[in-house]
Each structure stands twice: as structure tokens, then as C-alpha cells.
Design a protein around this ligand. Structure first.
Ligand SMILES: [Zn+2]
Length: 333
């Protein structure tokens, strides 16, 4: 079976189910205020953060003490937290549940590609970068229009991070016509760079050592406070460079962007992994993913933190309905 999130090829049976819904709220122009520049430096300066804390019965870092640590880390960089987490959904498709979940049925469920925007009062951070029509294999007018919006958002962003180094999350940066402007403000972790150099999941996103040098590369063990209210959490498993993005909004609402730890929210709710055959193809570390799913399951069932993955369209729409995510990107300066 083709594996769209993995190779860019559309699986058999995939079909467009809806036009991508886009919301563009104004023109963007990129500037880098000194404040944000200094915040980035501050964030990089603490990249070796080690937070001491009691180790609970749960294995490794995925214990019940983690959420309090994230909340504390989110206050480490002074300043106003983001006002909203916005999401842009594009490239809609329908895929059988058996593609998302081990022992899933043939019933099709709606899937999508996404980028997220952490919207501050005076700028934004992009989480993930989509991919161009060539890599996606979708040259429809709707897809091309969506790609243009994503590129504008990347050009206008102060900082860009990616949940992981797969093509549908990072090609929008690596293959961007504006790479020269975008690369220096794209913060990749060391493991992401290593994968992109040594074994990218599609050849079009391979980095060589010269091009890798254009990015802002950070190396951190577990937590990296990025800005006020935003913390990166290393979560290798789906890929070596996978990371979660914890966001505590100015309002106090919390959102956790988990990338592709689970393609379907049912994976979190039922602590169920992807199908074995697909997981092996990707080269996932299933023990690591299980520890992450177990923790996410506890967070989901015991707190009000909104957990958003990248491809489960029905769940993303539900989070929009609940007000945890805001639909469409706000590209106003
Ligand atoms: Zn993906």
C-alpha cells in the first residue's frame, strides 16, 4: 500500500474529499525585531536545560512530573505568551482506518496535511512547513493555492520549527524558493539534521553539509524553552528528530502539538500504534512511541490540555469547534 504521509505517494483509494479551506487575513512582510532576535539567542543559550525532579513509576521522562515541568519551562523566557494556536488544513484525503491504526478497519476516515501558527501579538512562529506540489504529488489548483499561503506564512514567520523531519512537514522549508531568507530562522534539532543528511524519507529533502549549515541547529536533551509559553520536547520514536511543541497561551489554555506520534487521535485515546508493517517501513521505535502514547493518553484523560496531531482531520475540526485551535492563518503584521 502506498503511504502518503511517508512517501508522498497517494495511497490507493485516497480521494480529495473537500477543497482546502483557507483563510488569509492580510498581507505579510518579514521583519526581525531585535527583541525576538534576542529571545532566540536566550532560547538557544538554555538548550542544555536539565530539570531535576522525582522519577515516578512511569518509565523515562514520560512520567506524571512532566506536565508540571513543561508548565514551569513555559515561564522561563519572560514576555507575553502566544494568543492563539492556528491551524491550516490542506490536501484533504480519505484513508482507511487500517492505514492509521494497527488492526484498524477498512472504513475510511478523513485525513489532511497541516501547518500550525503560534500567533503572538506582534508576529508568529510556524510549526511545520508543508510541502510543495511536486513532493506532494498534488498539482491541483487548490493544493497550489494552499502551498502559496504556507510559503507566505513561512516568509513572514519570526521562527520556524518542525515536529519532525518527514517531507510533509519540512519540504516547505528545504525546497522553498525563499530558502535563503527562511533557513536562518528555521530551528532544527541535531537529530533532524542528521536524518535529513543521512537517510531522508524522500530524496528531495536531503541536506548536504553545506546546506545544513544555513539552518539554526540546536542540540538539547529533552526540553527547550523557545519563547514565552512555548517549549519544545524531544520525542524520538516516529523519527529520531521528532519533538512535541507545548504551548501555554496567554489565556492559560494549553495545546500540545504532537506531530505524527499518532496519525489518528484514536491512537492516543486507545494507546494504539500505527500498523506494524507501516511502522517498520518508517523505521519507528515502537517502544519509545508506546511510552509517549501512554503519557499522552494520561494527559488527555486527566487534564484539559488539547492534544493536536497533524493528520486527523476529524479531530482537528473538533479542536477548532472547541476553540482550542483557530482555523486558518493570520498573516497580519
Ligand atoms: Zn506527517
Amino acid at each position: 500500500m502506498g503511504t502518503s504521509f511517508m512517501t508522498g505517494a497517494r495511497p490507493r483509494g485516497a480521494r480529495d474529499c473537500r477543497r482546502a479551506s483557507l483563510k488569509i487575513l492580510g498581507a505579510s512582510r518579514w521583519v526581525l525585531p531585535p527583541l525576538l532576535a534576542s529571545l532566540s539567542v536566550a532560547a538557544v543559550a538554555v538548550y542544555h536545560l536539565v530539570v531535576p525532579g522525582p522519577v515516578r513509576a512511569q518509565s523515562g521522562p514520560w512520567s506524571d512530573s512532566l506536565l508540571p515541568r513543561l508548565r514551569a519551562a513555559a515561564t522561563m523566557v519572560p514576555g507575553p505568551a502566544p494568543m492563539a494556536v492556528r491551524v491550516m488544513r490542506f490536501g484533504p484525503m480519505s484513508l482507511p482506518e487500517s492505514y492509521f491504526l494497527q488492526d484498524g478497519t477498512a472504513r475510511t476516515i478523513p485525513a489532511t496535511y497541516t501547518v500550525f501558527q503560534l500567533r503572538f501579538a506582534d508576529g508568529w512562529i510556524m510549526v511545520d512547513a508543508g510541502m510543495d506540489p511536486e513532493v506532494s504529488g498534488d498539482s491541483s489548483a487548490a493544493y497550489r493555492a494552499a502551498h502559496e499561503v504556507v510559503q507566505r506564512a513561512l516568509r513572514g514567520a519570526r521562527t520556524i520549527v518542525v515536529t519532525h523531519e518527514h517531507h510533509d512537514h519540512v519540504a516547505g522549508v528545504i525546497r522553498s524558493p525563499a530558502l535563503r531568507m527562511i533557513a536562518p530562522k528555521t530551528l532544527l534539532n541535531r537529530a533532524q539534521v542528521r536524518t535529513l543528511q543521512d537517510r531522508p524519507n524522500v530524496p528531495q529533502i536531503r541536506l548536504d553539509s553545506v546546506s545544513a549549515g544555513a539552518y539554526l541547529v540546536v542540540d538539547f536533551d529533552f526540553l527547550l524553552p523557545l519563547t514565552p509559553g512555548v517549549v519544545l520536547v524531544r520525542a524520538p520514536g516516529h523519527t529520531p528528530g521528532s519533538q512535541l511543541v507545548y504551548v501555554r497561551l496567554d489565556s492559560g489554555k494549553e495545546v500540545l502539538l504532537i506531530g505524527d506520534v499518532a496519525w489518528s487521535m484514536a491512537g492516543v485515546e486507545q494507546r494504539r500504534q500505527k500498523p506494524d508493517s507501516i511502522s517498520k517501513d518508517i523505521g519507528e521505535d515502537s517502544a519509545a512511541i508506546q511510552a509517549e502514547l501512554d503519557w499522552l493518553n494520561r494527559v488527555n484523560s486527566t487534564t484539559s490540555v488539547a492534544i493536536a496531531n497533524s493528520h486527523d482531520d476529524r479531530w482537528l475540526k473538533e479542536l477548532i469547534r472547541r476553540g482550542a485551535l483557530v482555523e486558518g492563518l493570520d498573516l497580519r503584521e
